[in-house]
Design a protein around this ligand. Structure first.
Ligand SMILES: *Cc1c(COP(=O)(O)O)cnc(C)c1O
Length: 644
């Protein structure tokens, strides 16, 4: 017997507690909740309430929702994890993490991270000139580090040295031997003492998608002999005491803690040996890589991780301590450049399902008609056959055959268009009946399982995969998806998600399942009166800043949300940032929207002059074109009216 669907079933299906690290959950009323303020989990925010508030302000979807309290909490968790690992291990130096802004450079995001990090002397990392310019504009405090990675030209180096002039601890990490000479020359010229870091090319090979970041052929870093030569050169030029940091980065999303430990051991050994040679190193920077459990499986699969944040901190601290104690060198200040783990959880993309693309939508009448083709009759008879005998496999096989015959007959001109349509409609009806029967069948063959896939529908969602979930397309990254409401109702439609780009790759057909991934996600049937919103979660790292100009959709509307224990809804929207308008994305591609409007107006004027259109109506068309230029690029929901 099928029992009543509860929110526990929804939890089991969408696995919200598994992937959300406690930041999201399900309310008794079937609403998806954000629990961003870990100190006030009794004050949840229903995401649908945020949607309703935005709708009341005529905001168009999709919208990125950013929960600033989650960002703050991540910063705190990471710093506290290291602090407690350090205390427990009696490690003799502190932790001084930095946030690499490439992971999410949004000003509001960096503002929040910097503010939350103040108490921990948490710093920032930049990998390019514009990033360094952004980073230098923040006051992270005297103790915090500013780390410069990536290839550097003279301007980049000058910017870093400018930071030194401002009294900041800016570390220039040497990625390439040829960066040394200009750095030292510019330091002398600008009369500042640089802080030099050396990036080592690690031997340890990590598995996974980012494995190219380590190993012999890594793009960045110095080999052992280059390190020795670099040190020699720097000392010769009189800057030996500026060499303070040793850096490595073996890749992002390190799913297996074994690799973290191995890499840290290798680096700690190099660190210790260099210190023993009299190099005044005092920082060991282990780069990024702290993973996010996107699929909630707590495994070493690509979209997961087989450890918790605390295990990571403990693993790093103990590994460094052990090597340094054996080598009898002082413990280095530990630096990590964890980006993904800081920013992934704080944002989600909320979109509305615009409609369903089903194979059997809009069927035509299939009642018997005089003189119909035998193939149509055969297909209809199979339904009777099925109802009587419930022989699903036979009926499925025969229906498939009849459908193939019908197509051949159509190609030969034997079957008419209408008859083909009727055969098709009967076929889909039959497949639905088979699927229904299978729900209670004891054994379902592989063939018959295809029926479910055949009947799956696509929910057309108002978003661009390329803009909002680039990794889902580029590297098959799994991102959690769940509806914002109706979690207390059984979801009866098996769906894949299609975006609104005209690219057939613009779809999501990989979802979290309880045993590995599933190709379809059960969602609720769409209803005319109730709009249905779904969320794409854990998009705060790399995804929501990596967007592109595919189909000229551009950036999304954004709501910046704070918890508020004194507000009945539990939240307030601190800031709303408008996404791209059509004219903004067109300008990026070198169009001139004003000139475009002028040209359209000239064309309309000509038609008016010929007397084919009234002036009044011509003006309306021009106004409409102009208002479309000023509007959001995504689909406008019918209930919001037209652009004028
Ligand atoms: C990308 C990058 C990071 C951030 O890595 P995460 O896996 O997001 O923590 C840190 N350091 C360097 C050098 C990077 O290139």
């Amino acid at each position: 017997m099928m029992s009543e669907w509860t929110t526990d079933d929804a939890e089991e299906l969408y696995r919200i507690h598994r992937w959300s690290d406690g930041y999201f959950g399900i309310g008794a009323n079937g609403k998806l909740l954000a629990l961003p303020d870990v100190d006030h989990q009794e004050i949840p925010i229903a995401l649908q309430d945020v949607v309703d508030e935005l709708r009341a302000q005529n905001v168009q979807f999709p919208v990125v929702m950013r929960f600033h309290d989650i960002l703050r909490n991540r910063v705190r968790q990471l710093n506290e994890a290291f602090a407690s690992a350090i205390a427990e291990a009696e490690y003799q130096a502190p932790y001084r993490g930095v946030y690499p802004i490439k992971v999410n450079q949004m000003r509001e995001v960096v503002d929040e991270i910097v503010d939350a990090g103040k108490a921990f002397h948490y710093g920032l990392e930049a990998g390019s000139k514009p990033e360094l310019m952004a980073v230098l504009s923040y006051d992270t405090g005297e103790e915090a580090l500013t780390i410069c990675n990536g290839y550097k030209d003279e301007d980049f180096l000058r910017l870093a040295l400018l930071g030194r002039k401002l009294g900041r601890k800016v570390v220039v990490v040497i990625e390439k031997f040829s960066e040394i000479e200009p750095l030292l020359r510019l330091s002398a010229e600008m009369k500042v003492q640089p802080i030099i870091g050396l990036r080592i090319k690690m031997r340890v090979k990590t598995e996974g998608r980012w494995s190219e970041s380590s190993g012999e052929r890594a793009k960045f870093g110095l080999t052992t002999s280059e390190i020795l030569n670099a040190i020699h050169l720097i000392q010769e030029r009189g800057y030996g005491d500026a060499i303070r940091l040793l850096h490595f980065h073996v890749g992002s999303q390190l799913s297996d803690i074994r690799f973290v430990r191995e890499a840290v051991q290798e680096a700690a050994r190099i660190y210790a040996r260099l210190v023993k040679r009299g190099i005044p190193l005092s920082y060991l920077d282990i780069g990024g890589g702290l993973a996010v459990d996107y699929d909630g499986s707590r495994s070493s699969s690509h979209s997961s991780m087989n450890y918790a944040m605390g295990d990571y901190a403990n693993g790093v601290v103990y590994a460094v301590k052990q090597v340094c104690d054996l080598e009898e060198v002082a413990h280095p200040t530990l630096v990590t450049e964890s980006g993904r783990a800081i920013s992934a959880h704080h944002s989600c993309v909320v979109m509305r399902v615009m409609g369903e693309i089903a194979n059997d939508a809009n069927p035509i009448a299939t009642d018997p008609v005089d003189g119909e083709h035998i193939l149509v009759t055969n297909m209809r008879d199979l339904s009777v056959n099925l109802a009587e005998a419930q022989n699903y496999q036979d009926v499925y096989n025969e229906a498939t055959q009849v459908m193939e015959d019908a197509l051949s007959a159509f190609k030969l001109g034997v079957l008419g268009l209408e008859e083909l349509a009727r055969t098709e409609t009967l076929y889909w009806k039959l497949m639905r009946a088979v699927a229904k029967g299978l729900e209670t069948a004891e054994f379902v063959s592989e063939d018959l399982r295809n029926v479910e896939a055949l009947l799956g529908s696509q929910y057309l969602c108002n978003f661009s995969l390329f803009q909002s979930a680039a990794d889902s397309w580029a590297i098959q990254q799994i991102l959690p998806v769940a509806p914002l409401t109706r979690l207390n109702e059984a979801p009866s439609r098996n769906c894949t998600l299609a975006d609104i780009t005209c690219d057939s790759d613009g779809r999501i057909a990989q979802f979290i399942g309880d045993q590995g991934n599933r190709s379809m996600l059960p969602l609720h049937p769409l209803e005319a009166e109730r709009s249905y919103y779904i969320g794409l979660f854990l998009t705060g790292a790399y995804q929501d800043v990596m967007g592109d100009m595919h189909n000229l959709f551009g950036r999304l509307n954004e709501a910046h949300i704070y918890s508020d224990a004194n507000d009945p809804t539990g939240f307030y929207i601190e800031e709303f940032v408008h996404g791209s308008s059509a004219s903004q994305v067109l300008k990026v591609m070198q169009y001139n929207p004003e000139a475009m409007a002028g040209q359209v107006k000239a064309m309309i004027d000509r038609i008016v002059a010929k007397g084919e259109l009234r002036s009044r109506d011509g003006v309306k068309l021009v106004d409409f074109y102009e208002s479309c230029l000023a509007s959001y690029t995504y689909l406008r929901h019918p209930d919001l009216g037209s652009a004028t």
